[in-house]
Each structure stands twice: as C-alpha cells, then as structure tokens.
Design a protein around this ligand. Structure first.
Ligand code: GLA
Length: 366
C-alpha cells in the first residue's frame, strides 16, 4: 500500500476527520512522525505492548503508520521474561517483533538490568549466592534471541539515585547493587556486546532534563558513571535520555539541558530520547490551555534534543493517551479517571498540539 493510501486507510480506520480539516500544521499531518524524523536522518517511534496491537486495530494502524521504531513497554523486562525459574517467556516480545517486521519498523530492547521488576526468585538467589549468571543469563539469552533484529538494547536502566547516599550517586537500593556493588556495570555491557556485536548498547536514566537541583545531582551522577564506564572500556555506545517531563512542576532551561547533552556527547556517546512523555497533572483545567503548554514544553525540549549532532531520534512512551502510564501512576494521574494528556494523540486517537510540536521540531532541525 502506498504511503498516501496507507494514511487514508488509517484515517478511515480511526474515523479521523479529513486531513485538511485538522487544526494546525496541516503539512505536518500529511507526513507521519516517522517521515518527519526521517527527513532529518532521525528515528521516531513509540513504546507499545503486543496485546494492545493485537486487540485494538485502529490503535495498531496508527502505530504502524506513525512509528519507525518500537520499544516494548513491558514485555522485555525481567518480570515477564523470567517470572518462573528455569523458563524463558518471550511470547510478548516475539509478538512485537513480528508486528515490527510486518511494518518494516526497527525495534529496541528494553531493558536488561533494572532495579525494578526483578522476579522474587532472582532476588532470593542473589541474596543466597550472588552468582553473576543471574545477571548475565538474561542478557545473553535475550541479545542472542533477537540478534540482528534490534536497533539497540537498554543494557542498564535507572542506575543513579543520589539521595541514597552512595558517594558517586549510584542507586544502592537495587538487588544488583546489593549483590555486586559497583562492579556489575561493565560486566553487563560486555555480556551484551558478546551476544550481539552489532547492536547499539545504551545506558538510560531519568530526571536529567530540567533545571532543578534534583536533576542537577542526577546529571552529575550520570556523567560520573559514564566516565567510569569509558575508563573501564565498557562497550557502551549511547545514553538514553528518558524524557519523562512534568510540565507544571519543573522548570526547563535550554542551556542547562544542552550542556548536559554536550557533556555526554563529549564521551563519544550517541544520544536518544527513549521514553518521552509529559505529565500534565497540576496544569489548567481548560484542556486547550493545558495542551498548548504541553506542546510548548515539547517543542523547547525537542529543539534542544535535536540540536545535538549525536542525537539518533525520539521515542515517546506510548502514542495515544488511551494507553499511558501517566493515567495510572498515582503521582501523575488525574482524579476521577480523566485521562492524562501527555502523548501525541488523545484518547480518541486524534492528533493533539503535542503531535504538531514534535513534527515541527523534526522538520525544523538544521
Ligand atoms: C521507567 C522505565 C520504563 C517505564 C517507565 C514508565 O522510566 O524505564 O520501562 O516503566 O518508567 O512506567
């Protein structure tokens, strides 16, 4: 199917109004977000789960149309993959990989080592034996299984937490840290490289984007960890800026964020925004006003992100407000069940000002 007929199909499937009736940036709605990014040699994609793709056809059509790369929202974490000792469950991730293959999309692996979502049996074994295989088996098995099919893997996820008292800001309350101390970071990267030599290997972290002291401490800790990994010759290729922004809680400062990206780039790493969304809790009740402020922050954040030559692309953590952790997570969800509005498309799969902001930022990139 040609791109334009594919878009007509999507519009029909979604019950969308004709493209010419859409508000704002008409030209940009004719191009998918993936196409806007591709014009500048960049990637746009989103996180999804395979059951949504299987059970919600209009949503799946939108994902097929807009995204050039998919990340599993949940299905490649330890919890689903290793919930039972001695068994591997890749059914969800396989479903996603098949969808990506059918629609010629790339895929990211997310995530191999994370303090959260570790099955209880692994935590117990780590306390009993501290065997390094508990760390590396998942890395080796997962990377080998998807070898040649992954654009990138998040090897380490959310490793710093300066408030926990470690001198370099490393997260101490992690079963991995409790078992191996500071020594497991390089081991994880080496195991991933050995299993899939051609895939980009990432460390990703959150709350590194805004101007606050908390974010500044986290940026310092991230840079220290990257410096340490480089000194150890760990095969790290890129840093993932998660990009979970809070529009009405934190102040954004272009210079501060740009400097951080330059500092990471200075270590020879590529960059990618890997989990972008904007929590809108605390914003105006008027939806048009709230959407405008979310879009404005989106544009400022995107412009600085894309201005860095090491940036590979942007992944949003979901595509439509219909399915977003922002409407579930206690700190971010609105009372009385109203949906958060932190993603490019609303709960009815209609494009929002945030979508136009992302498209415009891609197209404006120099
Ligand atoms: C973190 C994780 C993601 C996802 C998001 C939102 O950033 O890295 O896998 O769980 O939180 O829930």
């Amino acid at each position: 199917m040609s791109l334009s007929s594919r878009r007509q199909f999507v519009a029909g499937a979604l019950g969308l109004v004709a493209m010419r009736d859409l508000p704002a940036a008409a030209e940009n709605h004719e191009l998918s977000l993936a196409e806007c990014a591709a014009k500048k040699g960049l990637l746009y994609g989103c996180a999804v789960s395979s059951d949504r793709l299987a059970n919600d056809k209009p949503f799946a059509a939108l994902v097929a149309d807009q995204a050039a790369i998919l990340a599993p929202e949940w299905e490649l974490k330890r919890d689903p993959v290793q919930s039972v000792e001695g068994q591997w469950n890749f059914s969800g991730a396989d479903g996603l990989a098949e969808f990506a293959r059918q629609h010629r999309q790339k895929m990211r692996g997310h995530t191999l080592v994370w303090y959260y979502g570790v099955p209880p049996w692994i935590e117990q074994r780590l306390r009993d034996a501290r065997s390094e295989n508990l760390l590396t088996d998942m890395i080796t098995v997962s990377c080998e299984r998807f070898k040649g099919r992954m654009h990138s893997w998040d090897v380490l996820n959310e490793i710093v937490e300066p408030q926990q008292g470690h001198p370099d800001g490393i997260r101490i309350k992690s079963p991995w840290y409790q078992a191996f101390g500071d020594s497991y970071f390089a081991t994880a990267f080496e195991a991933a490289r050995a299993a899939d030599p051609d895939c980009l290997l990432f460390y990703g972290d959150y709350n590194v984007e805004m101007a606050s002291r908390e974010h500044e401490l986290r940026r310092t800790a991230v840079l220290k960890l990257i410096e340490k990994l480089k000194k150890q010759n760990a095969p790290i290729d890129a840093f993932g800026v998660q990009g979970h922004l809070r529009a009405f809680r934190d102040r954004f400062d272009e210079e501060v964020y740009a400097r951080f990206l330059r500092d990471v780039q200075g270590f020879g790493l590529k960059l990618m925004v890997t989990e972008f969304d904007v929590a809108d809790r605390g914003g105006p009740a008027d939806i048009a006003k709230r959407d405008a402020e979310v879009a404005s922050l989106t544009r400022r954040f995107m412009d600085v992100s894309l201005d860095n030559a090491a940036m590979l692309g942007v992944i949003t953590w979901g595509l439509s407000d219909k399915y977003s952790w922002l409407s579930v997570y206690p700190d971010y969800k609105w009372p009385a069940g109203q949906l958060s509005r932190g993603l490019p498309y609303d709960g009815g799969l209609q494009p929002k000002p945030m979508r136009a902001a992302i498209a415009d930022a891609f197209l404006a990139r120099k």
